[in-house]
Design a binder for this molecule. Structure first.
Ligand code: HEM
Ligand code: NAG
Ligand code: NAG
Ligand code: NAG
Length: 351
C-alpha cells in the first residue's frame, strides 16, 4: 500500500528544515528548489518520466496519436470517453503499464475479463490504430502505456476540456492482473470510504477522487450499474431518496426492473454528454448523478461536497485540478526498468 503524499512527504520537509537552519549559507537557493521539486514527486514517481522523453527518438509520436484519435473521434465521439476510462483502468492495476491492453493468451488472463471491464471496457481498436501508425514511423520506440496516456489527454482536449503536458517514458508490462482489476477499481455501488480507500491505495487523495470523477462528464453507464437506485436502493422497495424523482422516472422507462435492459446505455452527464465541462458537478447538486458513486460525492462527505460546489461554480478550477490529478494518476507506479518492454502490438507481449 502506498502512503499518502502528505504523510510520506513530512519527513523530508522536517529534514530540510534542520538542514536549512544549520547550513543556510551552504544551500544555494536554486538547487534547494530543484531538490525540493524532485522530492515532491518522489512518493508517486521514483522514475524519469518526462514530457520530452521521445523528442529525439520519435518526435512525431504525439502528432500521429492526435491525428489518428481525431479521425476516429469524428466518426464516433464516444471513443473519447472510452479511452479516458481505459487509462484509469490501466493505471489502477500495477500502475500505468498497458497491462489492461493485453488480450488473453496461454500465459495471460486478460484484465478485459474482470468485473469492471467485461462487456464494458471499449476503444481498444483506436489504441491499436495509433500504435500501428507510430510503429511504422518509429519501430519499437513508443510504449503502449504512453500511447494510452497521450490518447486519454487528447480525448479530454477533443471534447472541450483542458490540455496538459504528459510525462512520458513508461514501459509496457509483460503481465496482467485480473485480480488487481477486480480488487482495485471501485464499483459503482461502493460506499464513500471505499472510494476514498481505493484511491488512497493508489496515492490519490480526496481532491483527486472528486476531481477525476468529473471524467463522468463524458460517456455512458449501463442500466445494470445503477438499477438498484431506481427500484430498491436499501432493501425497502423504495428508490434512492438522493436521486431526483423525475429523473428517476425518466431512467426507469428504459432501465426496467428485469434484467432485460441490463446493457442499455445512459449518459453519465445527461446535460452535456459529449462536452467535457463541469456540468457533472452541477448535476450532483441537483440530485441528478447517475451512479451511486457519483451522487455520494455530494451527500456523504462534507469536504467532498465542498469541492463539488466549488467545481459546479468554477469551471476553470475544475479544469486546472483535473489536469494535475490526471498527471498524478498517470504517474502511478510507472514501469521504467528492464522488466518492462516496448510492446510491438499492444495486445500481446513481445515474443
Ligand atoms: C470514483 C470511482 C469510479 C467509479 C465507481 C466508476 C464507475 C464507472 C462505471 C460503473 C461506469 C459505466 C460502465 C458501464 O456501465 O459499462 C463508468 C464509466 C466511465 N468512467 Fe468511471 N468510475 C470511477 C472513476 C472514474 C475515473 C477516475 C475516470 C477517469 C479519469 C472515469 C472515467 C469514466 C468514463 C469516461 C466513463 C464512460 C465510458 C464510456 O462511455 O464507455 N471513471 N465508470
Ligand atoms: C491532495 O494532494 C494535492 C497534491 O497532489 C494537494 O494539493 C491537495 O491539497 C490534497 N488534497 C487533500 C484533500 O488532501
Ligand atoms: C428489495 O430488496 C430486498 C433485499 O435487498 C428484498 O428483500 C425485497 O423483497 C426487495 N423489494 C422489492 C420490492 O423488490
Ligand atoms: C523494476 O522495477 C520494479 C518496480 O517498479 C521492481 O519491482 C522490479 O524488481 C525491477 N526489476 C528489475 C529487473 O530491476
Amino acid at each position: 500500500m502506498q502512503p499518502s503524499l502528505e504523510t510520506s512527504l513530512q519527513p523530508y520537509f522536517l529534514y530540510f528544515e534542520v538542514i536549512l537552519k544549520e547550513a543556510t549559507i551552504m544551500v544555494n537557493s536554486m538547487s534547494f528548489l530543484l531538490l525540493l521539486s524532485l522530492l515532491a514527486f518522489a512518493p508517486l514517481c521514483l522514475c524519469n518520466l518526462n514530457p520530452q522523453f521521445y523528442d529525439n527518438s520519435c518526435p512525431q509520436a504525439q502528432q500521429i496519436a492526435k491525428s489518428i484519435l481525431t479521425s476516429y473521434f469524428v466518426i464516433q465521439p464516444g471513443y473519447a470517453a472510452q479511452i479516458l476510462r481505459l487509462h484509469f483502468h490501466d493505471c489502477f492495476v500495477m500502475g500505468c503499464d498497458g497491462s489492461l491492453l493485453l488480450d488473453s493468451s496461454e500465459s495471460i488472463v486478460s484484465e478485459k475479463e474482470s468485473d469492471p471491464n467485461r462487456d464494458s471496457a471499449r476503444g481498444f481498436i483506436v489504441i491499436d490504430a495509433i500504435k500501428l501508425a507510430i510503429e511504422r514511423a518509429c519501430p519499437s520506440t513508443v510504449s503502449c502505456a504512453d500511447i494510452l496516456t497521450i490518447a486519454a489527454r487528447d480525448s479530454v482536449v477533443l471534447t472541450g476540456g483542458p490540455s496538459w503536458e504528459v510525462p512520458l517514458g513508461r514501459r509496457d508490462s509483460r503481465d496482467a492482473s485480473i485480480s488487481g482489476s477486480n480488487n482495485n477499481i471501485p464499483a459503482p455501488n461502493s460506499i464513500f470510504p471505499t472510494l476514498q480507500t481505493k484511491f488512497e491505495q493508489q496515492g490519490l487523495n480526496l481532491t483527486d477522487l472528486v476531481t477525476l470523477s468529473g471524467a463522468h462528464t463524458l460517456g455512458v453507464a449501463r442500466c445494470t450499474n445503477f438499477r438498484q437506485r431506481l427500484y430498491n436502493q436499501s432493501g425497502n422497495g423504495q428508490p434512492d431518496p438522493t436521486l431526483d424523482q423525475n429523473y428517476a422516472a425518466f431512467l426507469r422507462v428504459t432501465c426496467p426492473r428485469t434484467t432485460l435492459g441490463d446493457q442499455n446505455p445512459f449518459f453519465l452527464d445527461y446535460a452535456t454528454p459529449l462536452k467535457f465541462d463541469n456540468s457533472y458537478f452541477k448535476n450532483l447538486m441537483e440530485n441528478k448523478g447517475l451512479l451511486n458513486s457519483d451522487q455520494i460525492l455530494f451527500t456523504m462527505n462534507q469536504e467532498s461536497a465542498e469541492l463539488v460546489r466549488l467545481y459546479a461554480e468554477r469551471n476553470d478550477l475544475f479544469f486546472e485540478q483535473f489536469s494535475k490529478s490526471m498527471i498524478k494518476m498517470g504517474n502511478i507506479s510507472p514501469l521504467t526498468n528492464s522488466s518492462g518492454e516496448i510492446r510491438q502490438n499492444c495486445r500481446r507481449v513481445n515474443a
